[in-house]
Design a binder for this molecule. Structure first.
Ligand SMILES: C[S@@+](CC[C@H](N)C(=O)[O-])C[C@H]1O[C@@H](n2cnc3c(N)ncnc32)[C@H](O)[C@@H]1O
Length: 738
C-alpha cells in the first residue's frame, strides 16, 4: 500500500465533517489530483455517497489505481477517471457540479505547470526528488511566476465556466514543505488568490473542533491544530458570481492590493476601477521619450510625476497641478526628475463633450504647448499602444517599470490628479504615491481626512480654475497642398546587405511598389518618386568646376561632411536639437578642422534648414547653397527619403540622441514623430503597415540574412529593447509590432 491509511482517514474525516456541517449531500462530485491516495474515497464513504465522482489526474497509473481502489470504499458510486492535465479537462466534467474537492494540490499544479514550461515531464516520485525540483523552481523566478499565474488561471476558468455548488480545497504545510518554506509560500500565495473567488463560510472555530482521533493525543499535536486544522489553509464555500470582475481586479497591480485588504468590489469601482480584461503589451518598445527626465548621481530619491486624462487640449491648469505636486513632493524630500502627461485612449476621450478630432492633431498640438517646459513631456503609450481604455493604475505600473529599466532602477512614479478623482487615492494606501490637488470638490476636506496614508498627498487651495471646458482651441491641422516627393535611392542603401545585386534590385522594387500603395492612403496629394542617382548625376554636371562641400548622403562633392541634424527619440521632434556628426562617423569638429581654408558651395538634399546653414556658416565660408531638390518643379509639399523606412539599411532613419549615443532610428512610431517629420497623420496604422512591409521584404528576398549583419544603428536599437539579433532579420523585425 502506497498510502498511510491513518493519515488518509484523518484528512478524509476533516473533509466529510466539513461537508456534513453544511448538511449537503452531493450527487455530482469532482476530485482533483488525488495521486496514489484515497482521501477523496474516504470523504465520500463517510457521506454514504452514491452519485457520480469524476477524478482528474494526469498520471495514467494514478487513474488505474483510483478505479481499483475507490471501488472498495464507495462501491455504489459511479467513478469516472479523467487522465488529463487539469488545464484541459473543462470539456470532460459536467456543467453543474455539487462538490469539488482537492487536497493539497496547488503545489502540484504549480510544479506540473513549471515542468511543462521547462519541457520536462519527469514528475518527481520521491520526497528528495520533489525537494530538488522546488530548489530548481526557486532559482527560476520568471518561470515560477508564470507557473503560478497558470495555476491561478486554471481555477479561474473552472470556477467561471462551471456552476459549482461547493468547493473544498486545502493547502496546509505538508511534511515535505515543513522544511522548504519557499514551496509552501508560493503555493499559499496562489491559494489565497483563489480563495478570493469563493464566498467563504466562517469555519475556523468549527475546523479546530473536529476530533477525528477522538481523545487520541495525536490530535493535540500543535502542528495539526495550527496547521492542518487552521481555516487559513482551507477554501470552503461557493464560488461567487463576480468571479470575472475579481479576476480582473486581481490582475491589476494596485486594485489587487486594495481588494485583498478590503474584499470590497464596490470600493474598487468607487476608486475608479474599470472592469476590463488584463492588458497584454509589448513592454520592450521605447515608446516614451526620456529627454525631459533629468537625473544624475546627486539624485537620491527620484520621482517622476504622471497625470492621465483627455488633455483636450493641455491647459495651464494641468501644468499648474504638476508644478504644485512637484513643490509638495520636493518639500517631503523627493527629487522630481520629470513629469508625463498620458492622454487617455481615444475610446474614452471621444465620449467627452467638446471632443476634438483628430487624436494626432491634438497630440501634436499638445506637444507644441509643452515645448516651453523642459521637464514635462507626453507619454503616448496609453493612447497609442492599447486597443481600449485601460485603468490608470496600469499606466503607472508600466511607466514605472519602463523608467526603472531604461533610466534607473530606483525611480518611483507619483500619480497626480484633480479632486474630481479624489477616490483614486484609495489605491495608494499601501502602494505607490498619489497626489490629489483641490479644485472645486466641496467634499475635498472630508474625503481627504478619510483616505490617508504616508503615500498620499493632498494639495489644498490650489486655485486651479482653468479647465479644458473653457479653453477650447482647434488644434492646428496639416494643410495638405502640392506634391509629396519620395527620393528613391535605388539599391544604394542596400550596399551593406550581403546578397546578389539581382536580389537587391528585386527587393527594392518590391518595397518601393508597396510603399507607394501605403503612402497614398495617408497623403491626400500627388505622390512622386525622384531618382536620386539621376539627381546626383545632373547636379554633378551643373557643379562641375565648383568647389563643393557636400552634406548629402549620396552626392560626393570635392569635400564632404558626414553630418546630420539630431533629434530625441520618441519625442515631439518639432525641431532638431543640434548638428552632429553622422552616427559612427568622425567627430564633427574634427571633420570641420580637416577642411581647407576655402570658400565652398554647400550641397544638400532639400532638408537643409536655415538653422543648419547658420550653424555651418559660423565655422565655414559658404558663398552658395545648392539644393538637390531645387530641380523639382511645382509646389513641393514635403520630401522624404525612401530608405528611411527600410529597416537596417545604410544611413537610413532619423538621427537621434540614444542614451548619449548617436544612432539612426527607422521612420516609424514611436521613434520618429511621423506627423512632424513626414506629415503622416495616423502614425499607428502607418507604422503597422511599414513593419509588415519590412517583414515581407526581408522574408521574401533575404530569408536567411541575419539581423546582426544589418546597420549598426539598427542593431543597437534592437539590443537596447532586448530583441534577439542572431536570428533572420525578418524575425527580429516582428518584435517592433506593438
Ligand atoms: C502528490 S499528488 C497530490 C496530493 C494528494 N492530493 C494528497 O492528498 O496527498 C500529485 C498528483 O497530481 C497529479 N498532477 C499534478 N499536476 C497535475 C495537473 N496539472 N493536472 C492533473 N494532474 C496533475 C500528478 O499526476 C500526481 O498524481
Amino acid at each position: 500500500m502506497i498510502y498511510d491509511l491513518e493519515w488518509e482517514n484523518y484528512i478524509g474525516t476533516l473533509f466529510s465533517k466539513i461537508i456534513k456541517n453544511y448538511y449537503y449531500v452531493p450527487q455530482i462530485a469532482v476530485e482533483i489530483l488525488p495521486g496514489f491516495k484515497v482521501k477523496g474515497a474516504i470523504t465520500l464513504k463517510n457521506l454514504n455517497f452514491t452519485g457520480t465522482l469524476y477524478v482528474i489526474d494526469e498520471n495514467r497509473k494514478v487513474c488505474k489505481f483510483i478505479e481499483e481502489e475507490y471501488k472498495k470504499f464507495i462501491p455504489k458510486a459511479k467513478i469516472i477517471t479523467i487522465c488529463k492535465n487539469l488545464k484541459y479537462c473543462l470539456g470532460d466534467i459536467p456543467a453543474n457540479i455539487d462538490l469539488l474537492i482537492g487536497n493539497h494540490c496547488i503545489d502540484d499544479i504549480i510544479l506540473s505547470n513549471y515542468m511543462i514550461k521547462k519541457g520536462s515531464r519527469m514528475y518527481p516520485d520521491n520526497k528528495r526528488a520533489l525537494e530538488n525540483k522546488w530548489e530548481d523552481i526557486k532559482e527560476n523566478t520568471l518561470l515560477c511566476k508564470n507557473a503560478c499565474d497558470d495555476a491561478y488561471e486554471i481555477f479561474y476558468n473552472i470556477f467561471k465556466t462551471k456552476n459549482i455548488n461547493y468547493v473544498i480545497l486545502s493547502q496546509y504545510k505538508s511534511n515535505v514543505f515543513l522544511t522548504n518554506s519557499f514551496a509552501h509560500d508560493v503555493s499559499k500565495e496562489v491559494f489565497d488568490k483563489i480563495k478570493l473567488f469563493v464566498k467563504e463560510e466562517d469555519s475556523n472555530y468549527f475546523l479546530k473542533n473536529i476530533h477525528p482521533f477522538k481523545k487520541d493525543e495525536r490530535y493535540l499535536l500543535p502542528s495539526l491544530l495550527s496547521n492542518v486544522q487552521d481555516s487559513v489553509n482551507w477554501i470552503i464555500g461557493k464560488p461567487v458570481k463576480e468571479i470575472e470582475t475579481i479576476f480582473n481586479i486581481m490582475k491589476d497591480p494596485y486594485y489587487s492590493v486594495l481588494f485583498k485588504r478590503t474584499k470590497n468590489i464596490k470600493l474598487c469601482f468607487e476608486s475608479g476601477f474599470i472592469n476590463t480584461p488584463p492588458v497584454k503589451y509589448n513592454d520592450n518598445i521605447l515608446t516614451t521619450p526620456l529627454n525631459k527626465i533629468h537625473i544624475d548621481d546627486t539624485v537620491t530619491n527620484p520621482v517622476v510625476l504622471l497625470s492621465t486624462g483627455g488633455f483636450n487640449p493641455i491647459h495651464n491648469g494641468h501644468i499648474l497641478m504638476l508644478k504644485k505636486a512637484k513643490n509638495m513632493l520636493e518639500n517631503y524630500g523627493y527629487d522630481v526628475i520629470g513629469a508625463f502627461l498620458s492622454p487617455s485612449h481615444e475610446s474614452y476621450v471621444s465620449t467627452k463633450e467638446n471632443y476634438i478630432d483628430n487624436q494626432f492633431d491634438r497630440l501634436n498640438y499638445n506637444y507644441k504647448i509643452l515645448q516651453n517646459y523642459d521637464w514635462i513631456n507626453i507619454d503616448t503609450w496609453e493612447s497609442l499602444c492599447n486597443d481600449r481604455y485601460i485603468n490608470f493604475t496600469i499606466v503607472i505600473d508600466r511607466l514605472e517599470k519602463y523608467l526603472r529599466r531604461f533610466v534607473r532602477s530606483d525611480i518611483k512614479v507619483a500619480y497626480v490628479c484633480g479632486d474630481d478623482n479624489i477616490y483614486f487615492m484609495n489605491v495608494f494606501k499601501e502602494k505607490g504615491l498619489g497626489i490629489c490637488v483641490e479644485r472645486n470638490n466641496p467634499r475635498f476636506d472630508m474625503i481627504s481626512r478619510q483616505i490617508f496614508s504616508p503615500n498620499i498627498f493632498y494639495i489644498k487651495d490650489a486655485v486651479i480654475t482653468d479647465s479644458s471646458r473653457n479653453m477650447r482651441k482647434i488644434p492646428q491641422k496639416i494643410d495638405f497642398n502640392g506634391t509629396y516627393i519620395i527620393r528613391d535611392e535605388g539599391i544604394l542603401p542596400f550596399k551593406n546587405i550581403n546578397a546578389p545585386e539581382k536580389e537587391k534590385i528585386k527587393a527594392q522594387e518590391f518595397f518601393k511598389k508597396n510603399f507607394l500603395k501605403i503612402i497614398k492612403k495617408y497623403i491626400p496629394l500627388e505622390v512622386k518618386f525622384v531618382n536620386v542617382e539621376e539627381e546626383v548625376k545632373n547636379a554633378k554636371k551643373k557643379l562641375k568646376n565648383v568647389n563643393t562641400l557636400s552634406i548629402d548622403t549620396f552626392f560626393t562633392g570635392k569635400y564632404n561632411l558626414d553630418i546630420s541634424r539630431q533629434f530625441y527619440f520618441s519625442d515631439a521632434q518639432i525641431t532638431n536639437t543640434k548638428l552632429v556628426e553622422s552616427p559612427f562617423s568622425k567627430n564633427l569638429e574634427m571633420q570641420i578642422k580637416d577642411l581647407p581654408n576655402e570658400t565652398f558651395t554647400l550641397v544638400d538634399d532639400d532638408s537643409v534648414s536655415g538653422k543648419t546653414i547658420s550653424l555651418l556658416k559660423e565655422k565655414i565660408n559658404l558663398d552658395n547653397i545648392f539644393l538637390l531638390s531645387s530641380v523639382y518643379k511645382g509646389d513641393i509639399f514635403d520630401v522624404i527619403d525612401l530608405r528611411d523606412f527600410i529597416f537596417g539599411t545604410y544611413k537610413s532613419g532619423l538621427v537621434v540622441d540614444f542614451f548619449n549615443k548617436n544612432i539612426r532610428v527607422p521612420y516609424i512610431y514611436p521613434y520618429v514623430n511621423l506627423y512632424t517629420r513626414a506629415n503622416i497623420i495616423d502614425a499607428k496604422s502607418f507604422t503597422r503597415e511599414i513593419i509588415n512591409l519590412n517583414i515581407a521584404m526581408y522574408k521574401n528576398f533575404f530569408p536567411s540574412l541575419m539581423a546582426d549583419s544589418l546597420d549598426s544603428s539598427f542593431i543597437m536599437l534592437c539590443e537596447k529593447q532586448g530583441f534577439k539579433t542572431d536570428v533572420p532579420a525578418y524575425m527580429t523585425i516582428q518584435n517592433f509590432l506593438i
